[in-house]
Design a protein around this ligand. Structure first.
Ligand SMILES: Nc1ncnc2c1ncn2[C@@H]1O[C@H](COP(=O)(O)OP(=O)(O)O)[C@@H](O)[C@H]1O
Ligand SMILES: N[C@@H](CCOP(=O)(O)O)C(=O)O
Length: 295
């Protein structure tokens, strides 16, 4: 049996829609695999009641099919589905690493990115790889049609997850089909600033580069209390705040000393609009880890 832990991820970071992503230290999914004649899946943990165990409908089933690696797969969810924290991607990335090792497929982590993205196509309609790339490679990743660029980074963040659900498929439905040239120029500048900030481990530059006037404003309408929570986080010292992935999670970038206060300000702000939430005080961290061979 092989066990893999794959982390939650936060995609987009505002200015990098469908391109940027980071691996988070917590939460994470744990996936265990054993060889079997046919793929079977069991799911326990956070939000497992909303996750299909049918291999045709679960992201890990798509990965097992793509690697031609049938297995008994057990998923222990730490990342709640429809969270904006790459829940479906965490399972897919973990399964890709585990099944690649179980069947000695010899694929590199980079080669596993499009395979894990097959799972995303299954649940959100498009094989966007901006969650599976950081879940597999760790740090900060830039995904384009030409491939993936990765840098290790260690930026403190608070990921605040309200007790509401927004499906990635629905949130992709509100993405505008076009943008003005002014907005495109601003977005390129912000994205470049953010990427430099990641490579320097500079929370100020990263926060400044998270601003996006194209996709994010449409998605914040789906999150009760977003403006209030964002203001509260900025007042408590966050250097930048945006929607995590497709939402409803909200990501605040910060300096380590401000992290605790930001977490409590965000939870209080959601509370003030009648929404329960939980805040993860974490950081940009490493990718999927192959834990053990218990056989
Ligand atoms: N292994 C899995 N983990 C989480 N969600 C899964 C998995 N397999 C299929 N799903 C489905 O994917 C959807 C959640 O994915 P998505 O909307 O992209 O949310 P998230 O942003 O948390 O990844 C839910 O409908 C869920 O049932
Ligand atoms: N780029 C995608 C990312 C979705 O992330 P998720 O964590 O919400 O699945 C998008 O913005 O649609």
């Amino acid at each position: 049996m092989l066990t893999v832990r794959a982390p939650a991820t936060s995609a987009n970071l505002g200015s990098g829609f469908d391109v940027f992503g980071v691996a988070l230290g917590t939460p994470a999914d744990i996936v265990r695999v054993e060889r079997a004649p046919e793929t079977t899946i069991t799911v326990t943990g956070a939000g497992s009641e909303y996750i299909p165990e049918d291999p045709e409908k679960n992201t890990v089933g798509a990965v097992a099919k793509a690697l031609n690696a049938p297995a008994r797969i057990r998923i222990d969810k730490g990342v709640r589905p429809s969270s904006g924290l790459g829940s479906s991607a965490a399972s897919a990335a973990a399964a890709a690493v585990a099944l690649n090792a179980l069947y000695d497929r010899g694929r590199s982590r980079e080669e596993l990115v499009p395979i894990a993205a097959e799972g995303e196509a299954l649940v959100s309609g498009e094989a966007h790889a901006d969650n599976v790339a950081p879940a597999l490679l760790g740090g900060f990743t830039v995904v384009t049609d030409e491939g993936v660029t990765q840098v290790d980074a260690s930026i403190p963040v608070v990921a605040c997850l309200p007790d509401i659900s927004v499906s990635t498929r629905d949130a992709r439905g509100v993405v505008p089909e076009s943008a003005t040239m002014d907005d495109i120029v601003d977005t390129v500048g912000n994205a470049a600033t953010l990427a430099v900030g990641m490579s320097r481990n500079d929370p100020d530059l990263v926060g400044r580069g998270m601003v996006d006037a194209v996709v994010t404003p449409e998605r914040t309408k789906l999150i009760d209390g977003y403006d209030r929570v964002r203001e509260a986080a900025l007042e408590a010292g966050a250097t930048g705040v945006t929607v995590s992935g497709a939402g409803p999670g909200i990501l605040a970038v910060c300096r380590r000393q401000d992290q605790r206060e930001i977490a409590s300000a965000m939870v209080d702000a959601f509370d003030a609009v009648g929404v329960e939430s939980r805040a993860y005080q974490t950081a940009v961290s490493e990718g999927a880890m192959l834990y053990s061979d218990g056989s």
